[in-house]
Every structure is written in structure tokens, then in C-alpha cells.
Design a protein around this ligand. Sequence first.
Ligand code: ADP
Ligand code: MG
Length: 243
Amino acid sequence: MSFLDIHDLGARYGSLRVLDGIDLSVEQGEVVSLIGPSGSGKSTLLKVITGLMKPDRGRVTLAGAAVDYSNRKSLKAARDRLAIVFQQYNLFGNMTVLRNVTVAPTTIKKRNRRQVEEKARELLDRVGLGDKLHVYPDQLSGGQQQRVAIARALCLEPEILLLDEVTSALDPERVSEVLDTIRLLAKDNIAMLIVSHEMSFVRDVSHRIAFMADGRVQEIGSPEQIFDNPQTDRTRDFVGRIS
Ligand code: ADP
Ligand code: MG
């Protein structure tokens, strides 16, 4: 079985059906990207996986355990294995960069403060912010703040990292520094599920790409398949329009 295994997943907002039978898997260390038109349910899928929204049918299995989204213990066990970064980085404005990264592991996960700090310094170094440990978020550019948010997610030591359009709120000249950071991390054998509109990045970083429309995965395959040899008309239309 795959590290993350999703079968026939459904979800809705009131009477609006948003996920309508999602089947998707991510292997250990695999990078899978979700592409598709706005409103196709990509963010909703990430929300359901992380337990921010409840599914109304189907099943999610993480590291071999079925996630019961109505059961606090099961949900906590799942959340311990994943981390998510959103478009809006939402750093704590009253905390330094270093504290932003260490606060959840030390307070929520109650891990050893010195070890967490060491890890945080190492991560901030990797995302190119080793010299910004003691500054506050408002002294950083959007791209730098988003890299702090990525370091913060990684300090939780997730086995899978979910990224939802993490460059969409950035100035164009800041996009590449964040994408380069993600490329670097992808080499580390951490599993990732990435939603992005940056098609050349998606093509370059992903092992597989899933095309979503109408709350379903319409096609999944290698970057070459999706971009050069799509198997469905809808995928062809979509990649034809955006690339
Ligand atoms: P994507 O991320 O692919 O753009 P979303 O998952 O955000 O798509 O949205 C899927 C559908 O669900 C859209 O029709 C959107 O309008 C609707 N939707 C998203 N969030 C909400 C919400 N909080 N309440 C009601 N409808 C929502
Ligand atoms: Mg979205």
C-alpha cells in the first residue's frame, strides 16, 4: 500500500459537491502535484486530508492506518505525520523567525527545546535564512516569510508535506526563490503533495502529476504524459491553454 492512499473521497459545502470520488496515492518520498482549473477542488482535497474539513464518503489511509476523521486520536495520529503550508504564510508577528519555527514543536509536541532549536537553525539555513533568526516577520519580504513558513512546517518533521499555492501571493520576482527552496527539499526524500499553477516548476519537480476537474482526478501520470501526451481531452485542453 502507498504511504498516502485515497479512495473514493467525497466532500461538499452544503449542497455543493466539491470532491466527487477522488482516487489518489502518494508513495514514500514521492512528489505528486495537483493541477486543474480554479474551483476544481484542489484546496478542498488538501483540507480534507489534513482534517480541516470532513469528508462525506471514501477513505484516507496514511502510513497504513485508516484515518477516522471523527475520532480525535486517529486525527491526531494522522496530523503528526503531515504538515501543510498555505498561500498565506500567517507567521506570528510578535515572534522572531526562530521562535516562529520552534513554537509548535516545543509547545504542542513538547519536544526538547534545545534539540528543536538546533533543528530550526539547520532548516532556516537550508531555506537561506540563516542570518535572519532573530528578526521579526515584518522585516522580511513575502518570499522570505514564505520560506520561514516552509521551515516551520518541516520543523514538525512531517513524513508528507502539503503545499497549497505557496507562491500565489508573492511578487513575481520572489516566486523563484521559494520554488528553488522546494526543489531542494524534494531531493530529500520527503513526500510532497503540491498544488501549484507554476507549470514549469510542476513539470520539473514532480514524479507524477494529477489533473483535477469537477472534484475528480481525471488523469494521473508522469510529467511527460500529462504535458506531452495527455490521455484525455480535458487534460489536453487544460495544458494546452496554460502552457
Ligand atoms: P481550487 O483550490 O481547485 O481552486 P477549492 O477547493 O478552493 O478549489 O474550491 C472548490 C469549490 O468549492 C469551488 O466551487 C468553491 O467555490 C467552493 N468552496 C471553496 N471553499 C468554500 C467554502 N468555504 N464555502 C463554500 N464553498 C466553498
Ligand atoms: Mg485552491
